[in-house]
Design a protein around this ligand. Structure first.
Ligand SMILES: NC(=O)c1ccc[n+]([C@@H]2O[C@H](COP(=O)([O-])OP(=O)(O)OC[C@H]3O[C@@H](n4cnc5c(N)ncnc54)[C@H](OP(=O)(O)O)[C@@H]3O)[C@@H](O)[C@H]2O)c1
Length: 253
């Protein structure tokens, strides 16, 4: 697959330490985009920079905690100082911490809301002015939000995670009404079961093995599959906006 229009673009990718964000950074860089890699684990980001540079790409490690507004401001300053304004933003950072609602895990609720929703909003606030300026100058500008099939399909014990993803899906749709008329594309992607580290933070033995059971019977998507969709959608001609992509493993109902 070739993605001709990515060369010369400048991307910010959150969640770049692993999974979909990491795979997307590698693929966009391979096709000529400069990539700013955002996540908390600096060591993982530095390793990824080295990998991208070894392939001839350009990447910058920007350690950041998107639950912390000051940290996001500092990260945005670093990206701007190094690369100038950006024209492609991928919100991939997220956490999935399922538990029965009756367990009352306010700590997990707050972390999911603050990462999956408010964190994405902090990134949007930091970089939407760049996207608007790029579009106004006649260049392609993209905001890509990684939601989840959990935004639509309900699963027991995943209520709060699903609620954060439903909010993100709605946010993407709403932002199209503000940004689309100004030629900034907004794309929302809702993946199903994808093999990444996402499930490794689950603090519930039964739910953790339930997820393992799904991976045992379903040929899951890979992070590369999602990266391919992101590279595809962001490399279409600027007037073409794939606004909503639902992507499931073929075997997932
Ligand atoms: N895997 C699936 O089945 C699936 C399905 C549907 C949707 N999704 C969504 O896809 C997105 C990507 O997840 P993934 O599957 O690729 O899982 P992943 O490998 O766990 O990636 C999540 C990334 O988010 C980063 N992150 C978490 N909290 C952060 C914070 N406070 N500040 C900055 N970065 C933070 C993590 O890096 P650090 O820990 O280094 O910060 C990590 O790189 C998520 O939004 C997830 O909800 C996943």
């Amino acid at each position: 697959m070739s993605y001709e229009n990515l060369s010369g673009r400048t991307a910010v990718i959150t969640g770049a330490a692993s999974g979909m964000g990491e795979a997307t950074a590698v693929l966009l860089a391979r096709h000529g985009a400069r990539v700013a890699l955002l996540a908390r684990r600096a060591d993982r980001l530095e390793t990824l920079v080295a990998k991208i540079e070894a392939e001839g790409g350009v990447a910058l490690a920007v350690p950041v905690d998107i639950t912390d507004a000051a940290s996001v401001r500092t990260a945005a300053d670093r990206v701007h100082a190094h690369f100038g304004p950006v024209d492609l933003v991928v919100n991939s950072a997220g956490v999935m911490l399922p538990n029965p609602i009756a367990a009352g895990r306010e700590d997990e609720w707050v972390r999911m809301i603050d990462t999956n929703i408010t964190g994405a909003l902090r990134i949007i606030r930091a970089f939407v002015p760049d996207l608007l300026a790029a579009a106004e100058a006649g260049r392609t500008a993209d905001l890509v939000d990684i939601s989840s099939i959990g935004a639509h399909v309900t699963f027991p014990d995943y209520a709060v995670y699903g609620a954060t993803k439903a909010a993100l899906t709605h946010l993407s749709a709403s932002l199209r009404t503000e940004l689309g008329s100004r030629r900034v594309r907004v794309t929302n992607i809702e993946p199903g079961l994808t093999a990444t580290e996402l499930g490794s933070h689950i603090d519930n033995e039964a739910l953790s093995s339930g997820l393992d059971g799904m991976f045992a019977v379903i040929d899951a998507l890979s992070a590369d599959d999602i990266a391919d969709l992101i590279a595809y959608t962001t490399s279409r001609p600027a007037h073409v906006n794939l606004r909503q992509l639902i992507v499931l493993p073929t075997q997932q109902a």
